[in-house]
Design a protein around this ligand. Structure first.
Ligand code: GN1
Ligand code: MG
Length: 362
């Protein structure tokens, strides 16, 4: 790996000598390395990322999207830290190596990330960061963005794909998951509703992040204030409330996303309130009534959507998400379904929390 990274660093004309590297366990799709260079006695670190081209079929389009969005934010908010991608001699912000691997290099930002947090201030700050991100892009022309993964959060299509793959049962795994499939079938229409209404034009089309896990916000290690929103691979036109929903799905889970013991999995309403407070505070002037009144429904829908994606990957042979062990995708599915059931049970309380946050914010 050292040799590969060295070549990548040379292509991006990084000064100094490669000193050390380590893998950063970040995300389920791309591979990320923190790579440090030394120049005499100074050290500077970079993130080298190998983009998973099985998932992102047109990685150059992703880089174009990122370029558009970061340039826009830099021009509008010159004092704000944005992600800085390096360029090669050829003037591209990526390099394709001899093995067809697609590399990009970003300045390392000294920071901390949270895979989970019990600190309600951190959770509220995460909500504010994602809400601000959306508000900052509210006058960005989304039509110039490539749809890097078509129908990424089209829940109806995700569910249709799942049920088509259940019919095919190419790996013979369907018999193992009949309970999970029956539950998803029972909520199929309900979970798909918002995506159908979005396609019909009833719900505003906005520029959204589409992967709002809290570990996609970098925080200052001392002040615990957000520095920058990262992982811009899936920025595309989408539903605002799905950004909210995906974030609370992750951050308000009392367990990790792949907790094997589902008795530990609940939806934490205090964390939900904290995130809602931050997010709504940052977006309330732009969100419309239809978006606000569907935040809770979106939370249920996106949790079912992700469960369906994990389950679909399981029954089609684990080709999409990186798996650490054979039934990892099944464990992830069960965890998300448990969470969805708890969200469904708590719907009235969650709706009430949204109204309460809105009243206090107005
Ligand atoms: C993937 O790799 P990461 O963590 O950035 C996935 C998201 C899922 C998430 C679940 C491009 O994101 O949609 O919500 O895993 N990203 C893609 O952990 O499919
Ligand atoms: Mg991502």
């Amino acid at each position: 790996m050292f040799e590969t990274l060295k070549i990548v660093g040379e292509k991006f004309r990084l000064p100094g000598e490669l000193y050390s590297y380590h893998v950063i366990a970040m995300g389920n799709i791309n591979s990320t390395y923190k790579v440090t260079y030394t120049n005499e006695k100074t050290f500077k670190s970079y993130l080298f990322q190998k983009v998973n081209t099985n998932v992102f079929k047109s990685p150059v389009e992703i880089m174009e999207n990122i370029d558009h969005v970061t340039s826009f934010i830099r021009a509008k908010y010159p004092d704000q830290i944005t992600l800085h991608f390096h360029h090669t001699n050829e003037g591209t912000n990526y390099y394709i190596d001899g093995d067809d691997a697609f590399w990009r290099v970003i300045n390392y930002v000294d920071s901390v990330t949270f895979n989970a947090s019990d600190d309600l201030h951190v959770i509220e700050a995460t909500g504010k960061a994602f809400g601000n991100f959306q508000t900052q892009l509210s006058d960005f022309d989304g039509s110039i963005l490539h749809e890097t993964i078509p129908d990424f959060h089209n829940t109806k299509k995700r569910l249709d794909t799942l049920f088509a793959d259940v019919e095919m049962d190419e790996c013979g795994r369907v018999k193992e998951v009949s309970e999970e499939i029956a539950y998803i079938e029972s909520v199929r229409e309900q979970a798909a509703e918002l995506s159908v209404r979005f396609e019909n034009g009833e719900i505003p089309k906005r520029v959204t992040h589409n992967d709002t896990k809290c570990n996609n916000v970098l925080f200052d290690s001392v002040t615990k204030e957000p520095i920058v929103v990262i992982d811009l691979d899936t920025i595309m036109p989408g539903m605002s409330m799905y950004d909210f929903a995906d974030a609370v799905r992750f951050i308000a889970n009392t367990a990790v996303e792949d907790e094997p013991d589902t008795s530990k999995v609940f939806f934490d309403t205090a964390k939900f309130r904290a995130f809602a407070n931050g997010f709504i505070g940052a977006t309330k002037d732009s969100l419309t009534e239809i978006e606000i009144e569907n935040l809770v429904k979106a939370t249920f829908s996106i949790t079912i959507e992700l469960a369906s994606r994990f389950l679909d990957d399981y029954i089609t042979g684990d080709k999409y998400f990186r798996c650490e062990y054979p039934k990892h995708n099944l464990v992830r599915t069960r965890c998300q379904l448990q969470l969805a059931k708890d969200i469904a049970r708590k719907t009235d309380e969650l709706e009430w929390i949204i109204r309460d946050v809105l009243e206090k914010r107005s």
